[in-house]
Design a protein around this ligand. Structure first.
Ligand SMILES: [Zn+2]
Length: 190
């Protein structure tokens, strides 16, 4: 007898993924700044994103620019992921991503079908096989809010109360900061 199985959570292999090794292989860490695009084909669905990598001292980041259909908002995304570096045994540095949501130092970021932002495997609770465990609910709620940041701002009735920011408004500001929502000017140094 087969049992009905509810919608299964995505597994890592089925999600578009960006890894530091992929960026290294394509020479993204060799220049002060380099732009390009990445394309995936998952279940014969093609998706592609534009990326900018900056290794300028104190301005190390990976910027991701893409639009995503099927998300809560069919929207254009443009945000930065902080790059961290550790010294290598043989000289030079090794780069890592700082996950947008948990700030963990990771070497791969994923974009599950239902999500809007690239984040680490732990935040999306992705497994490497079809074995799935429970979702970290708090983080998924945070993601949902991030996806609807503009809507969230509209819902804030009072931004200030007695001369101080309201709790809701502070939370919104924190999310905006987290995403560095407005991307600052990029200087191409090639
Ligand atoms: Zn994370």
């Amino acid at each position: 007898m087969t049992r009905y199985s509810p919608d299964r959570k995505p597994i890592a292999e089925e999600c578009p993924r960006i890894s530091t090794s992929l960026l290294r292989k394509h020479g993204y860490f060799l220049k002060a700044a380099k732009g390009g695009s990445l394309t995936w084909v998952v279940d014969s669905i093609k998706s592609s994103i534009d990326i900018i990598v900056s290794t300028v001292k104190d301005r190390e980041f990976l910027e991701l620019i893409y639009s995503k259909a099927g998300s809560l908002q069919k929207d254009q995304f443009d945000y930065k992921i902080r790059l961290l570096s550790t010294p290598c045994n043989y000289g030079g540095v090794r780069y890592w991503f700082s996950c947008l949501l948990c700030e963990a130092r990771v070497s791969s970021l994923y974009l599950p079908p239902s999500a809007c932002y690239f984040a680490c495997r732990h935040c999306y609770n992705l497994s490497y096989e079809s074995r799935n465990t429970s979702i970290s609910k708090g983080r998924f709620r945070a993601l949902e809010i991030l996806c609807r940041l503009d809507e969230y701002e509209k819902k804030i009735k009072r931004k200030y109360y007695a001369g101080r920011e309201t709790k809701k408004y502070l939370r919104y500001l924190k999310l905006v900061r987290l995403l560095s929502w407005k991307s600052s000017q990029i200087i191409y140094l090639e």
